[in-house]
Design a protein around this ligand. Structure first.
Ligand code: GAP
Length: 496
């Protein structure tokens, strides 16, 4: 039951996430730190469920994919071979007035086309109010001297450096405070061992993918995989992102779930199609609204030089369509690069013909935190029930942090003891919660906000006919079921 509720901003999800213990700002008692977040008691369960759902569909239920868990700090040559040391850069501009730093390719500029000396107003386009505000600032700076009906929006990166003097930065009060764009490497550096020198410099991995490529031979030598096959990995990645916005959407420390699917050259296109569809279906199977999902193929100028095709699975967030997952045809680029830099052969040998070749790769790469945010945003709704407003997270039962809540109707007459007994039995099978605080309506609301799909209530009648009430979060239907039938009924409702 999704209803017609449409979220207008992330605010209410951020507030629910804080209020109910899904997500907290990191180091909050010290005022927080950048775009770092902590997952609270409900958040950690949701994240675990998202990861388990991915692992189940990508590894457990398949014969052709195996998993690994590589270390975060790898040999620095890995990042030279992968191109991250040379290429993993963003163009940055600094504002000398506000001391803020922006990704130049994320800054938009309002200007009047072809009018020299006209002020240009820079802003970070969020698909919402930022442009409106920039227009107001434009009329202030231009003070009616320029034809505002000819205003156009261009990217800062398209403005010649000689015109930067007329650009008012996003947080500046006067023009000319933005520096020229400089390249900035996104990898976090640290040192391995006691001496801090160029030789001991290492990086925190900016993606999990390379841990897979460098283990290619290890996996072939120790398993019975046959081409085509995949190697999957989940884990933390780190990027010194400069623009971090939209809550957990873009962070400096985040998790990825990536799989490299190795196939025969020439079969890339077929596997690319297969993985695009399979990955889109994964989100839909876990309850995400298909209307808010789409696959967007990259334009040729967005493609890496080695890629023969890349598509993003995008979700329509309140701040606009945004990337959730990339599915990329990486050809044999990575294996070739590592073979060259390490001097080791990274090939597949065909047992029948004896011929060797470097496999091609299709890579579905998803951010765990971004997937979580998507499921939270997608599940969030406010609705009216019997004249009262309720907030509910309609999470798929596989994702719901708590699957079942057990309540005694009263805190007397043996209700708590019986409810505890049921709770202990249920939690052996499904993550469960016990709650006896407050009136029953409030307890239901609390579970609705936590996304708990089923609630069981013990009342007077339980002692007469050994039944409890089973309440469904979405339909709000309440029906009596036998205590002995609880696990069977839950299994029926959840599908597992
Ligand atoms: N190995 C390919 C790769 O890492 P990517 O598009 O840079 O590709 C894959 O990252 C996914 O990881 C993205 O689609 C996104 O979901 C997630 N991701 C990337 N940077 C992120 C960040 N700073 N914060 C949160 N998630 C991020």
């Amino acid at each position: 039951m999704k209803g017609n509720f449409e979220l207008s901003s992330l605010e209410s999800v951020v507030s629910l996430a804080k209020r109910r213990g899904f997500v907290f700002p990191s180091s909050e008692i010290y005022g927080g730190i950048g775009a770092c977040y902590d997952y609270g008691p409900l958040g950690v369960e949701l994240k675990r469920n998202v990861k388990d759902a991915w692992w189940r569909s990508m590894v457990t239920l398949r014969d052709d994919v195996v998993g690994i868990d590589a270390s975060i700090i790898m040999h620095p040559k890995v990042w030279h071979a992968s191109g991250h040391v040379g290429n993993f850069n963003d163009p940055m501009v600094d504002c000398k007035e506000s001391n803020n730093r922006y990704r130049a390719d994320h800054v938009s500029v309002l200007r009047v086309e072809g009018v020299e000396g006209c002020p240009m107003i820079a802003f970070i386009d969020d698909g919402g109010k930022a442009r409106e505000k920039a227009e107001k600032r434009f009329s202030k700076f231009a003070s009616g001297n320029f034809p505002s009906d000819h205003i156009e929006t261009v990217l800062l990166t398209d403005i010649p450096l000689s015109e930067f003097g007329s650009v008012v930065g996003p947080d500046a009060s006067k023009p000319g405070t933005l520096t020229e764009p400089r390249m900035f490497n996104l990898m976090f550096e640290t040192y391995l061992g006691p001496i801090q020198s160029e030789e001991s410099k290492v990086y925190l991995r900016p993606e999990t993918a390379q841990g897979i490529f460098v283990n290619f031979n290890n996996v072939i030598d120790t398993t019975r995989v046959k081409i085509p096959f995949g190697i999957a990995q989940q884990g933390k990645s780190f990027r010194n992102e400069v623009t971090t916005r939209h809550f957990t959407f873009r962070m400096c420390e985040f998790e990825q779930m990536e799989m490299e699917f190795f196939c025969k050259p020439g079969t890339d296109a077929q596997w690319y199609e297969y993985w695009k569809n399979a990955r889109l279906q994964w989100f839909i199977d876990l309850g995400a609204d298909p209307e808010k999902l789409r696959i967007r193929p990259h334009d040729p100028d967005e493609l890496s030089h080695y890629s023969t095709g890349t598509s993003d699975i995008e979700y329509r967030f309140p701040f606009g369509w945004s990337e959730l997952e990339g599915i990329a045809c990486r050809t044999n680029y990575d294996l070739k690069q590592h073979a060259e830099h390490s001097g080791k052969k990274l090939e597949w040998k065909d047992q029948t013909s004896g011929a060797s070749f470097t496999p091609h790769v299709i890579e579905p790469a998803l951010g765990t935190d971004r997937a979580m945010l998507t499921f939270l945003v997608d599940a969030y709704r406010e609705e009216e029930v019997d004249g009262n407003q309720r907030v509910v997270l309609g999470l798929h039962p596989r994702l719901a942090p708590t699957k079942v809540a057990v309540f005694p109707l009263l805190r007397k007459d043996g209700h708590p003891e019986k409810a505890q007994e049921i709770y202990r039995r249920v939690r052996e099978v499904y993550p469960a919660a016990y709650d006896e605080a407050g009136n029953i309506g409030r307890r239901y609301r609390r579970q609705d906000e936590a996304g708990t799909p089923a609630c069981l209530t013990v009342d007077h009648q339980t002692f007469e006919d050994d039944t409890v009430t089973l309440r469904d979060r979405d339909s709000l239907e309440q029906r009596r079921i036998k205590v002995d039938a609880i696990l069977g009924e839950l299994r029926e409702q959840f599908g597992f």
